[in-house]
Design a protein around this ligand. Structure first.
Ligand code: SF4
Ligand code: SF4
Ligand code: SF4
Length: 311
């Protein structure tokens, strides 16, 4: 696996931030061996996605997010990437005859680096559902979470006089109304499927065993409450993205092409949070608080333009 300089710097900076935050347990995130008891998540299946972007519209509506404009003419354009106004995006990969869609949003990591790096616990993992939530009143705007996130998800509101971090919170504000993730509610094909993570994991395993070309039933919207549609199965890459990456995520993906083609990083199985728990204990023991390393790495990363996304 080749590691680009930018990825290395990001990893190094994120690791330093986690070290600077001390043992992660103190800040609301810790290495976990198991899923939270009522872990909720999303299974996105690139093979079922038709690129209609109904999920993007539903996400904006459910989260009161404005349209994005690429110029001064106020024409609503398709956003190019996640931003402080776009928490969910569908992108398309093309290469020769090959074509595939991918959905990008917060992955709701089992061991979230953003929460571990946050010095004021503004980002927290819900102990019941595992949803990684954000508290704007606690946030001090340091943007450590942006640097620590391995998926480049949290975005800062540069053009707001009272800026916040923006990222998907799995639509947890809708649950009391008997609703769930708006993107999954709106998806017509079952490509974005909501539900308990354990059920979604089983569904993902079932799909990997399907015979390409044969018809199968696929649940739509919610794996427990939704209906089902019949689709002809396509070949899958034999991997559930998010099953293992950095300790696992509650948003998982299936695809018919390599995940790196879809812009997803190739990551090891154990999380930085878990790695650094042991290291940071040793550093504290010898009073070697790594502020110098943190400052140096942040300086290098900013000079390279790797993370400072101010327009
Ligand atoms: S994807 Fe990034 S923002 Fe989302 S939980 Fe993981 S570390 Fe945090
Ligand atoms: S910007 Fe807010 S959420 Fe991010 S690290 Fe700082 S305090 Fe935490
Ligand atoms: S769960 Fe909600 S906030 Fe997250 S991507 Fe889907 S619609 Fe957007």
């Amino acid at each position: 696996m080749s590691i680009k300089r930018r990825d290395f710097l990001k990893t190094a900076a994120g690791s330093s931030l986690l070290l600077a935050a001390g043992t992660s347990t103190a800040w609301g995130a810790s290495a976990q061996d198991e899923l939270p008891p009522k872990a909720l998540g999303i299974l996105y299946d690139s093979n079922l996605c038709i690129g209609c972007q109904a999920c993007m519209t539903a996400c904006k509506r459910a989260n009161d997010m404005p349209a994005e404009h690429s110029g001064p003419n106020s024409i609503w354009d398709n956003p190019l990437d996640l931003s402080a106004k776009t928490l969910n995006i569908i992108k398309m990969y093309t290469s020769g005859e090959e074509q595939a869609f991918v959905k990008r949003q917060c992955m709701h990591c089992l061991e979230p680096a953003c929460a571990a790096a946050c010095p004021v616990s503004a980002l927290r993992k819900d102990p019941e559902t595992g949803v990684v939530t954000y508290d704007k009143d606690a946030c001090i705007g340091c943007r450590y979470c942006q640097i620590a996130c391995p998926y480049n998800v949290p975005k800062f509101e540069w053009d707001d006089p009272f800026p916040q971090i923006q990222k998907c919170q799995l639509c947890d504000h809708l649950y009391d109304q008997g609703r769930y993730a708006a993107c999954c509610e709106a998806c017509p094909t079952g490509a974005s499927l909501f539900g308990p993570v354990k059920d979604l994991q089983e569904e993902a395993q079932r799909r990997l065993l399907m015979e390409p070309g044969r018809y199968y039933e696929f649940p739509v919207n919610h794996i427990q409450k939704g209906s089902a549609v019949r689709h002809r199965a396509k070949a899958y890459v034999d991997h559930i993205y998010g099953a293992q990456e950095l300790g696992g995520t509650q948003v998982m993906l299936l695809a018919g092409t390599d995940f790196q083609n879809l812009g997803l990083p190739e990551l090891k199985a154990t999380s930085y949070v878990r790695d650094l728990e042991g290291i940071s204990k040793g550093l504290y023991k010898y009073m070697l608080y790594p502020v110098a390393a943190l400052g140096g790495l942040l300086y290098v990363v900013k000079k390279r333009g790797g993370h400072d996304e101010r327009p």
